[in-house]
Design a protein around this ligand. Structure first.
Ligand code: PRX
Length: 651
């Protein structure tokens, strides 16, 4: 098992207890209170989740909290709700009408404040635009947008009319869009001319155009004018967002949909070359994101919450759009790069908007550490009361820096473990209660029966490594892999019998019961907190005419957590060269997106294979991590490839 979290001796870890000042005001203010509610929630999960769900607006009450025929769950069956009504209308109809829902800053410095009242109008208009363009309930809409409020508006408008959104991260390339289009069956795309990133316009519409050369299923592309960059419009297919919203009413009645009505599909990497469309539904997902915001971020009406993720990832779905808006807080949304014009950008914004809760990824924290303390020190960050981390294990050095330089030594840090599949945070400190140790996501959230099992299904003892599993269903859980029920069953529910969800992560618990996540057990890399399948990168590489075979493994990287190392054998007629190396790296960028470009690309005369022809990635991994191969190579088909591989990485 590869370890991204090498700290083994947890007895010596420093423990940070929440301050009295924080605890006294928190919803859950002691470990006693956490344990009591946790015990109740595990003994009677339906009671706990029903209480949480009742804080949402239901147009028709549910008949049954949970129907569980593993691995298929129905939460709040018989109930009807409108997710958008819960995130927007119920606030717009009351005292929050003129409260800022989204404070947005574009990278060039342009600013917008959208109140809940305004958000309601904007969302209703766009819902009417979707309807006008033929979108019906359960139709899929692909959203490929920069980080602008319209991305959230488009998602909420889909939810409002019962359409299923499929947000594709703006950094993905044309082929990745084309694959997702085909798999999701979307006929309408919402995009923008471009977005700002590091002082430049990153064009988006041309990428959509390229994706559409491979697909004829799309009948309408709605284009937001964000950057005024010159783009082509196909007159029978493409329309401008501003033209469309000008022709419709700002009123729309939010009708209730079944609790299990599909809300969105979001693609994520797995162990095959084809990304999986993770399907989430309405009532349970909203309950999970709402409740975790309430307890884990301890959200209050007066909070200003900032999650720095992109809406193209699950973190943006759950903790920019649905969770915080369901809680009616004000949040900050930012379009661009953290280091534009310099590494002080985030801290300037925290000071300017009085951010109280800040949620980011360890990879960003490590980049800030490298940039130097003067950046945060130049700003007044005293408004912050709580910090969060997500995406990968946070190394103690990053934890301590975050705590001292951003949190001023007074803010608890919630290290939140969860996945695209889990929909909401499942393991995390409860900030007014849980003593934190840098590097551990600590304890399970209410109603979450997390455990670590060995291969035989026995629970591991403290300090023993095993598989992280969840033994009871939870409301925001994945419902299926879009269009592939068998893959859904096989991927998550086949390691153990009896309806146990296997997360794909290795983990161990310390003697206090804290969960330490070690890393992925499958062929999935975690690069800067982003999931990348080695098989996807390999299939991108072999789609280049020069490549005969490719194998991809992860190697530890101080900044990114893991970096992508590729081994490539060329077809006879091609010769190794620096140009070809660059070309192949760029080719991966073109097929998947820049985040997947291999950091190292080694040419090899052959790849290590078993006699049955399986590539032994274990050896390649050892090679990139240690520069040696000491593992068992007796099953290798051709032992001589090892020498050539050793030479290739020294070059
Ligand atoms: O390996 C775990 C890691 O990220 C994976 C999930 O990736 P994704 O679906 O892209 O969602 C990321 C954002 C929720 C997990 O299987 N991971 C996520 N959070 C943590 C983590 N590893 C350790 N500690 C975390 N807090």
């Amino acid at each position: 098992m590869s370890s991204q979290n090498p700290s083994l001796n947890h007895d010596k870890d420093t423990v940070h207890k929440p301050s009295k000042e924080f605890s006294s005001k928190a919803r859950i203010s002691s470990m006693g209170a956490y344990r009591k509610l946790y015990k109740e929630s595990i003994e009677k999960p339906n009671k706990f989740w029903a209480r949480e769900a009742k804080e949402l607006v239901w147009q028709k009450p549910w008949e049954k909290v949970l129907t569980w025929k593993a691995p298929h769950a129905k939460w709040f069956d018989g109930g009807k709700l409108n997710v958008c009504e819960n995130c927007v209308d119920r606030h717009a109809a009351g005292p929050r009408k003129n409260k800022a829902a989204i404070i947005w800053e574009g990278e060039p410095g342009d600013k917008r404040v959208i109140t809940y009242g305004q958000l309601q109008k904007d969302v209703c208009r766009f819902a009417n635009v979707l309807l006008k363009n033929g979108v019906k309930a359960k139709d899929c809409v692909l959203i490929y947008m920069p980080m602008v409020p319209e991305a959230a508006i488009a998602m909420l408008a889909c939810a409002r009319i019962g359409a299923v959104h499929n947000v594709v991260f703006g950094g993905f390339a044309a082929e990745a869009i084309a694959d997702r289009l085909e798999d999701s069956g979307a006929k309408v795309i919402v995009t923008a001319d471009g977005g700002w990133r590091r002082g430049k316009v990153v064009a988006l519409k041309p990428v959509v155009d390229e994706a559409l050369t491979k697909s004829s299923q799309v009948t309408r592309v709605i284009v937001l004018n964000r950057c005024n960059n010159s783009i082509a419009m196909e007159p029978t297919r493409d329309v401008w967002w501003h033209d469309e919203v000008g022709t419709v009413s700002s009123k729309h009645i939010a009708k209730g949909f079944d609790s299990e009505h599909p809300l969105f599909v979001l693609y994520t990497s797995g162990s095959t070359g084809k990304p999986k469309g993770i399907l989430h539904t309405s009532g349970g997902y909203l309950t999970g994101t709402y409740s975790t915001c309430k307890y884990i971020f301890d959200m209050r009406d007066e909070d200003v919450f900032w999650c720095t993720a992109d809406v193209g990832w699950i973190t943006g779905h759950s903790y920019i759009v649905y969770g915080p808006l369901a809680n009616g807080v004000t949040q900050v949304m930012y379009e661009g790069a953290p280091n534009f014009p310099d590494f002080g950008r985030f801290w300037k914004m925290v000071e300017e908007y009085g951010v109280t809760i800040f949620y980011t990824a360890p990879t960003a924290i490590r980049a800030f550490i490298k940039a130097g303390n003067p950046f945060p020190e130049a700003h007044d960050l005293s408004s912050l009361r709580l910090l969060g981390s997500v995406g990968e294990p946070i190394n103690p050095e990053a934890w301590n820096w975050y705590h001292k330089y951003i949190g001023g030594g007074k803010c608890p840090i919630v290290d939140t473990w969860w996945q695209t599949e889990t929909g909401a945070i499942l393991i995390s400190p409860i900030p007014g209660a849980t003593p934190c140790k840098p590097g551990t996501a600590t304890l399970p959230f209410f109603g979450i029966d997390a455990a670590i099992l060995d291969d035989a299904g026995k629970e591991c003892k403290a300090g023993e490594d095993g598989r992280l599993v969840i033994r009871k269903p939870w409301p925001s859980m994945i419902r299926s892999i879009y269009g592939d029920k068998e893959r859904f069953k096989k991927t998550y529910w086949s390691d153990y019998a009896g309806g146990i969800y296997s997360a794909g992560d290795g983990a161990r618990r310390d003697k206090d019961g804290n969960f330490w996540i070690i890393g992925r057990l499958d062929d999935v890399l975690n690069v800067s907190g982003h999931r990348l399948g080695t098989a996807e990168i390999e299939s991108a590489l072999v789609s280049h005419p020069a490549v005969a075979e490719a194998a991809v493994v992860g190697r530890p990287d101080d900044m990114k957590g893991q970096a992508v190392a590729a081994f490539v054998t060329l077809k006879e007629e091609f010769v190794e060269s620096e140009n070809l190396r660059d070309e192949l790296r760029n080719h991966v960028g073109k097929v998947i997106g820049a985040i997947a470009k291999p950091d190292d690309l080694h040419f090899a005369v052959g790849l290590p294979k078993t006699r049955s022809g399986k590539i032994m990635r274990r050896l390649l991994k050892e090679l990139v991590c240690t520069g040696r191969i000491s593992g068992n190579i007796t099953t290798l088909e051709d032992g001589s490839v090892i020498d050539s591989l050793l030479r290739s990485i020294k070059r």
